[in-house]
Design a protein around this ligand. Structure first.
Ligand code: PLP
Length: 393
């Protein structure tokens, strides 16, 4: 069967692949600990579920406007003001089928063939694929571990060419959990303004921060940066709503209108009752998030310390999200493996622990562990990895 050229180069999401493999082993009766999950292990708060049920009971089960119902777009605009003192009109908001689809649609409306998008590595796995699907070209810039994997102003400026259309900033980051400071964002913003580059600011982990550092959106730093930025966000991670598929983009009217038009021919609209669930989430205070955050923080503190005690493993302490991204280069060498993929595969086979190899994120010396699982399971996973390393040394 001949498929389009477009999909032939598409690589399947490695995170989903490892999760599927771990699930298959589990289904076959093995005691597998999956550290690949990209979603909170908490249930959606009850008041959100109730709001969606009520929407269904009230007959709100039909098509909605393509960009989302007005009440939700207004609630998102209000949130932008409350959290970041950013003023947006509801027609500067498009609600999408998850943040992933917001990004997909954004690249479709921004890019022409050959347009370049600067993707700092390590990156979230879907950025390059989505850029390529829009016939754009991802330009990778290596975030050095010594600089907490973050893009510097100098690196950004060097990577810019005549074809550069946009740069992605993902703070806190998946997979590293690192966050940009206000000063760092100002420095990057200055370059973006100088070269008139659009900033795709993926803020999906904004609410999951475990230090005193406040989340800053690059859009709030100046009027010009606000004009050049499209903020991507959603309720998946903040409100444990991954299955509801509600995300959004906020930015200039021309971009948002084009995204809405495209959605009108692709998804029609995001699921109606999910929109009412998201509306309830944004009409509530952040208390439900705080409870989830406290559990994540405890897991992060304990697991981070234990990881650093493993032979040949070093791990920076993330500020946000729910991932650890240790460097395992030495451990791989000491245990006699050639690549991170082989090492990860052997750990899954021998110890039934599923890690995600860093190559899929553009960082082959690292692996990603999600701590969106129970602390006991995390402890057991570290014990097994420790046993694996010591057995092979
Ligand atoms: N952006 C980043 C950095 C992510 O990690 C994810 C999910 O894993 C998304 C966007 C997409 O989130 P969703 O489509 O569930 O809203």
């Amino acid at each position: 069967m001949k498929l389009s050229n477009r999909v032939q180069t598409l690589t399947p999401s490695q995170t989903l692949a490892i999760t599927a493999k771990a699930k298959a082993l589990k289904d076959a009766g093995h005691d597998v600990i999956g550290l690949g999950a990209g979603e909170p292990d908490f249930n959606t708060p009850n008041f959100i579920i109730e709001a969606a049920k009520k929407a269904m009971d009230d007959g709100l089960t039909r098509y909605t406007p393509s960009g989302g119902v007005l009440e939700l777009r207004q609630a998102i605009a209000n949130k932008m003001f409350k959290d970041h003192q950013l003023n947006y009109e509801p027609d500067q908001v498009v609600v999408t089928t998850g943040a992933k689809h917001a990004l997909y649609t954004l690249f479709q409306v921004l890019l022409n063939k050959g347009d370049e998008v600067i993707v700092p590595t390590p990156y979230w796995v879907s950025y390059p694929e989505q850029i390529k699907l829009a016939e754009g070209k991802p330009v990778y810039v290596k975030g050095e571990e010594s600089n907490q994997f973050k893009l510097t102003k100098e690196q950004l400026e060097q990577a810019i060419t005549e074809k550069t259309r946009a740069v992605i900033i993902n703070s806190p980051s998946n997979p590293t959990g690192m966050m940009y400071t206000k000063e760092e964002l100002e420095a990057l913003g200055e370059i973006c303004v100088k070269h008139n580059i659009i900033i795709v600011s993926d803020e999906i982990y904004e609410k999951l921060i475990y230090t005193d550092q406040k989340h800053i959106s690059i859009a709030q730093l100046s009027e010009q940066l606000k004009k050049q930025t499209v903020i991507i966000n959603g309720v998946s991670k903040s409100h444990a709503m991954t299955g509801w598929r509600i995300g959004y983009a906020v930015g200039r009217k021309t971009i948002i209108k084009a995204m809405t038009n495209l959605a009108s021919h692709s998804t029609s609209n995001p699921t109606s009752m999910s929109q009412y669930g998201a509306l309830a989430a944004y009409s509530h205070d952040d208390q439900p998030i705080e409870e989830m955050k406290a559990a994540f923080k405890e897991r992060l503190d304990q697991t981070h310390e234990k990881l650093n005690q493993l032979p040949g493993v070093t791990c920076l302490k993330p500020s946000g999200a729910f991932y650890l991204f240790p460097n395992v280069k030495e451990a791989i060498e000491q245990t006699g493996f050639e690549t991170t993929e082989e090492w990860v595969k052997a750990i899954l086979e021998e110890e039934k622990v599923a890690l995600v190899p860093g190559a899929g994120f553009g960082a082959p010396d690292n692996v990603r562990l999600s701590y969106a699982i129970h602390l006991d399971q995390l402890d057991e996973a570290i014990t097994r990895i420790d046993r694996f390393i010591k057995r092979h040394i």
